[in-house]
Design a protein around this ligand. Structure first.
Ligand code: HPA
Length: 278
């Protein structure tokens, strides 16, 4: 059966908007262990993904699976605590549906966060890195199949997938907060196994600074709809083979927990500046 993604996005968006009088123009997707930002929004409504029509449910540890619509310093935001991944068995279309729902809710800007392995040797564990670009190595694209012009064009441009203006704004925010400012290229892989050291050498050769298993499908769907994107990775671990030690998922979660204060402060600062520019 042909999947009607537009219908699904519209139904889910209408449901979510019926639960709040806020009308967010900024959407956030918070990755593994990085959901703390949504914990203290004011006037917040919390809606489990299970209650949202057609919404995919995350099975990953560290992903709450809750949509929180609320205000951060007076700025209304729609915040996803947790996302689904292709490695969970979801298609790129399913993984991108939440972004399309945010788009139908009326957001014009998306801020995505994720946990990533550090390939660039200038990064240390716990570094925050603003994405400059990505390399899609997931073998899938959420826009395959017939194009729905109501979302966007058949062949969307990706030459500035990550807004230059928002990258600048985030880097300035890092400098203000004393966070070492980094920008890098994110390689999106399917997972769920971590990479081999040979794969990491390959990724470094092709220009990747970071590696992760999310974000790419969401960013493609966002750009298709003309949504401006800012994405920030937390380097939860150095990539395979950089250090002479194995990678554990617990380490990924622990690092997220450790930098959570910095991350929340950065997101708050960036949101304030974005809202002021609308
Ligand atoms: N590789 C891929 N995804 C990740 C990693 C990694 O090293 N760390 C956190 N997410």
């Amino acid at each position: 059966m042909k999947q009607d993604w537009f219908y699904k996005a519209k139904e889910a968006a209408e449901f979510l908007l019926s639960r709040t009088s806020l009308r967010p123009r900024i959407g956030l997707v918070l990755g593994s262990g990085l959901g703390a930002f949504a914990d203290d929004l004011s006037d917040a409504v919390r809606i489990p993904y299970a209650e949202i029509p057609f919404f995919p449910r995350s099975t990953a540890v560290g992903h709450a699976g809750t949509m929180v619509i609320g205000s951060a310093g007076g700025v209304p935001v729609a915040t996803m605590q947790g996302r689904v991944h292709l490695y969970e068995g979801y298609s790129a279309q399913e993984a991108a549906l939440p972004m399309r729902v945010l788009g139908r809710m009326g957001i014009k800007t998306a801020i995505l966060t994720n946990a990533a392995g550090g390939i660039n040797l200038e990064y240390g564990q716990g570094a925050l890195v603003v994405l400059r670009d990505h390399i899609n190595l997931q073998g899938q694209n959420p826009l395959t199949g017939s194009n729905d012009d109501r979302f966007g064009p058949r062949f969307p441009d990706m030459s500035e997938a990550y807004s230059k203006a928002y990258r600048k704004l985030a880097i300035a925010g890092m400098e203000r907060l004393g966070i070492p400012p980094h920008e890098g290229v994110y390689a999106g892989l399917l997972g769920p196994s971590y990479e081999t050291p040979a794969e990491i050498r390959y990724l470094r050769t092709i220009g990747a600074d970071l590696v992760g298993m999310s974000t790419v499908a969401e960013v493609i769907a966002a750009r298709h709809m003309g949504i401006e994107v800012l994405a920030i990775s937390c380097v939860t671990n150095m990539a395979a083979g950089v250090l002479d030690q194995p990678i554990h998922h617990q380490e990924v979660l622990d690092t997220g927990e450790r930098v959570k204060g910095q991350f929340v402060a950065l997101l708050r600062g960036v949101l304030g500046k974005m809202a002021a520019s609308f």
